[in-house]
Design a protein around this ligand. Structure first.
Ligand code: NCD
Length: 306
């Protein structure tokens, strides 16, 4: 049984299959008006970094299953962290008020630290440039739903692969599948880090570092585009400017992509996918965001009801 959701390496295929099957049930539950299976359960969301989709889809997921939500957005300024309270102390307090804590923090490893001391389940909703495991679960669920399989696929990850926690988590997750080919297409200053590459080698995943997005796009089943993570560049504005705008998915790229392929993006996008792409059936990013609700409902059910 899984107690906390902290990083994508922790899952196995059996868990993933069960999660996806519960997520499919959740789609049916939503259509029939929701459920009360989590009545009297309370979820706390503690967000120290900005979010739209992740926080709102978790909160919606809890409410759709009849549960209650307590929430602090902008916890860096509005919670006692601004008075100097440690994360550990905050967790000790909040666990007395809730049955599960969803945390987004600016430090890599924060959710894992919280999970070490917490007596209730902790869900990592993004830890700095570390990981975003629930995003990778909904990404994978979307791939399975859209293309009908995961084994054997070729996937291009594009954009900020050094700081993008979603691409990192998705890479770990793909390491669990067979005959995956990955193409990393990143500007020089934000290439995929060594820890992921070492992991992929150990798990016998073929990967290539490429610089020509057009060539890569013609061979892959999935383009996973990501935002250049401006907030992680600090003073290095020049590096940010160098990386931004280098790889853009636009109508011209659609021309070379396979007919049966999809474009994903964890969102928010800035200018790395042109709006002209949205109407193409291969543009799956809004459906992907919707799937986040079903996956998070399924996770809450698994963690709170076993
Ligand atoms: C991502 C994140 O916060 O890591 N957003 C999300 O949760 N869907 C991606 C991003 O901010 O670029």
């Amino acid at each position: 049984m899984i107690r906390n959701i902290v990083k994508s390496q922790q899952f196995n295929r059996e868990f993933l299959a069960e999660l996806f099957s519960i997520a499919r049930e959740m789609e049916v539950i939503i259509k029939s008006g929701g459920s009360n299976m989590l009545a009297h359960k309370v979820m706390a969301t503690l967000f120290y970094e900005p979010s739209t989709r992740t926080r709102l889809s978790f909160e919606s997921a809890m409410r759709r299953l009849g549960g209650e939500v307590i929430s602090t957005e902008n916890a860096r300024e509005f919670s006692s962290a601004s008075k100097g309270e440690t994360l550990e102390d905050t967790i000790r307090i909040v666990e007395g008020y809730a049955d599960v804590i969803v945390i987004r923090h600016y430090e890599s490893g924060a959710a894992e630290r919280a999970a070490e001391i917490a007596t209730i389940p902790i869900i990592n909703a993004g830890d700095g440039a570390g990981q975003h495991p629930t995003q990778s679960l909904l990404d994978l669920y979307t791939i399975q739903k859209e293309l009908g399989r995961i084994d054997g696929l070729s996937i291009a990850m594009v954009g900020d692969l050094a700081n993008g926690r979603t691409a990192r988590s998705l890479s770990y997750l793909l390491g669990k599948y067979d005959k995956i080919t990955l193409y990393f297409v990143a500007p020089e200053v934000v290439k995929m880090k060594q820890d992921i590459k070492t992991y992929l080698k150990r798990h016998k995943v073929q990967f290539y570092e490429e610089s020509n997005l057009r060539e890569v796009s013609a061979k892959v089943d999935v383009i996973y585009q990501t935002r250049i993570q401006k907030e992680r560049f600090g003073e290095r504005i020049e590096d940010y400017e160098k990386a931004r705008g280098k790889y853009i998915v636009n109508k011209k790229l659609l021309e070379v992509m396979k007919r049966k392929s999809i474009i994903l993006h964890p969102l928010p996008r800035v200018d790395e996918i042109a709006p002209e792409v949205d109407a193409d059936p291969r543009a799956a990013y809004f459906r992907q965001a919707q799937n986040g609700l079903y996956i998070r409902m399924a996770l809450l059910k698994m963690l709170l009801l076993g």
